[in-house]
Design a protein around this ligand. Structure first.
Ligand SMILES: Cc1cc2nc3c(=O)[nH]c(=O)nc-3n(C[C@H](O)[C@H](O)[C@H](O)COP(=O)(O)OP(=O)(O)OC[C@H]3O[C@@H](n4cnc5c(N)ncnc54)[C@H](O)[C@@H]3O)c2cc1C
Length: 357
């Protein structure tokens, strides 16, 4: 069986690795002139690590990333609202996005990777399965589901970067009125960070000014970062299906979500493994992936409502109070609830389909 994967981001490459593991012949078509990944950090959550384990790449990810467990949520003045000691929760692997992308890329033979190929339709693609992993502005989604609405501005803009350091910091998220920030320390002393603020799309804003009064080391991290990336945050309204004929949507093309749970790329990794174990049964892929990703999509939106979208200082103080009153076990459960995912059973070529849970 032959699959063509459109898009060579984290989702597309993970799909290629996974499909090859169950015996498919795969080609990856990428419109950029080279396979690569910009961006800053990514937290590989336990669910994503299980997907990578199935792909045979978890050891490489553990080797390049930094397992982190302590940390928690802080207020903009630096007070800990939830401080998680090591109470048995699973670790998050902090790594640079380019490193995760590199692990996937190295797992694929170069002769199946084609760059400078912009795919505009599916008719010309000679394959039993087409994987549309062409990102939030997916061209193929527009062809397959012409009535589905496109991405919508989520009301906030984000800046990301990697500060040279060296720093020795815990992993943390900071919430303040109308903004939030995240710190993901890498093992070599560099620190991946992001800050996000409620703002109109494409607003002319200086993050150094916006976050000047927030706790250290946030202002120092921003100041010392040579290349800062800016992204307005968009989300994709929920789709009625992820499949059409021999085409499956995967990753941001299917379910781009706000970044407040740090699960977007993790979902793409889950999608990839699920598509492979479904072994061409796209109805099953849709039945397994749509409910799961749409639950996380809604969770991420909710996290935004109680996080970045709380704009008044009074409401923000009330939120901080509620956080501090949470028993640690509840706080841990709240933070890890979307990490409970296991690789589904494989569909075998004799047609025996395991049930959809
Ligand atoms: C500010 C921010 C912070 C984030 N933080 C996290 C985090 O901490 N953890 C996490 O898990 N996720 C995070 N995410 C989400 C994550 O970045 C995405 O979910 C993930 O990168 C999606 O991967 P993808 O492969 O589906 O899409 P993409 O990475 O967008 O890849 C799509 C690929 O398809 C190619 N392409 C597009 N159109 C065509 C075409 N017509 N023909 C051929 N090729 C094409 C593109 O060039 C690109 O290489 C964050 C997102 C943002 C915006």
């Amino acid at each position: 069986m032959k699959a063509i994967v459109v898009g060579g981001g984290i989702g597309g490459l993970a799909a290629a690795v996974s499909l090859r593991r169950v015996g498919w012949e795969v080609q990856v078509l990428e419109r950029a002139s080279a396979f690569g990944e910009i961006g800053a950090g990514v937290g590989v959550m336990p669910n994503a690590l299980r997907a990578l384990e199935w792909m045979g790449l978890a050891d490489e990810v553990r080797r390049l990333g930094t397992p982190r467990v302590s940390g928690g949520v802080r207020a903009s003045d630096g007070r800990w609202l939830v401080h998680l000691p090591d109470v048995g929760q699973e670790k998050v692997i902090a790594m640079h996005r380019a490193d995760l992308h590199g692990v996937l890329l190295r797992a694929l033979p170069s002769e199946i990777l084609f760059n400078d190929v912009e795919v505009t339709g599916v008719e010309e693609l000679d394959a039993d399965l087409v994987v549309a992993a062409d990102g939030i502005n997916s061209r193929l989604r527009g062809v397959l589901l012409p009535d589905a609405p496109g991405p919508v501005y989520a009301g906030a803009t984000a800046w990301r970067g990697v500060a040279p350091g060296p720093y020795d910091l815990p992993i943390s998220q900071t919430l303040g009125p109308g903004g939030e920030a995240g710190i993901l320390p890498l093992g070599d002393g560099r620190v991946c960070w992001y800050v996000a603020a409620v703002a109109p799309a494409a607003a002319d804003l200086d993050p150094l000014e916006l976050f000047a009064g927030w706790h250290e080391p946030l202002p120092s991290l921003l100041r010392s970062t040579p290349d800062v990336l800016r992204h307005d945050i968009y989300e994709l309204p929920l789709l009625p299906t992820f499949v059409s004929g021999r085409v499956a949507l995967l990753g941001d093309a299917a379910h781009a979500m706000t970044p407040y749970l740090g699960q977007g790329a993790c979902m793409a990794l889950e999608d990839a493994v699920t598509l492979a174990v479904c072994n061409g049964d796209l109805a099953r892929y849709d039945a397994l992936r749509r409910p799961r990703t749409q639950t996380v999509w809604k969770g991420s939106r909710m996290a935004g409502k109680f996080g970045i979208e709380v704009r008044s200082p009074i409401a923000s103080a009330l939120r901080d109070f509620a956080f501090r009153a949470l028993p640690p076990t509840l706080a841990v459960r709240g933070m890890t609830r979307f990490s409970a995912w296991e690789v589904p059973d494989q569909v075998h070529s004799n047609g025996s389909n395991p049930p959809v849970n």
